[in-house]
Design a protein. Structure first.
Length: 98
């Protein structure tokens, strides 16, 4: 008896709606393509980077809102001077590490 095992699932793909752009923007995009790069791969890379940036931005805002809520709830706040001092020390250490 033989069994066929399909443990590898194939990723289904979808398409993005067509993007209408000006002739000038298309020429500019084509002008910056790297060797072997297609306009489609360039657009996919740009979309992936934009999605990642938006997710990072949403996470940043969520952390800030959570921190503000915690500060209001606990009544514990950090002074501006303390924050500036800590950031200055981090910057100095980073510059020395170079």
């Amino acid at each position: 008896m033989h069994r066929r095992c399909d443990t590898v699932k194939l990723m289904k793909t979808m398409t993005i709606p067509p993007l209408r752009v000006s002739a000038q923007l298309r020429r500019q995009a084509e002008a910056v393509l790297e060797e072997g790069e297609t306009l489609s791969s360039f657009m996919l890379d740009a979309l992936q980077k934009s999605v990642a940036q938006r997710l990072d931005q949403q996470a940043f805002v969520a952390r800030g809102l959570a921190s503000a809520a915690k500060a209001r709830r606990t009544g514990r706040y950090v002074s501006t001077d303390a924050v500036i001092e800590k950031l200055s020390k981090r910057l100095t250490r980073a510059r020395l590490a170079r």
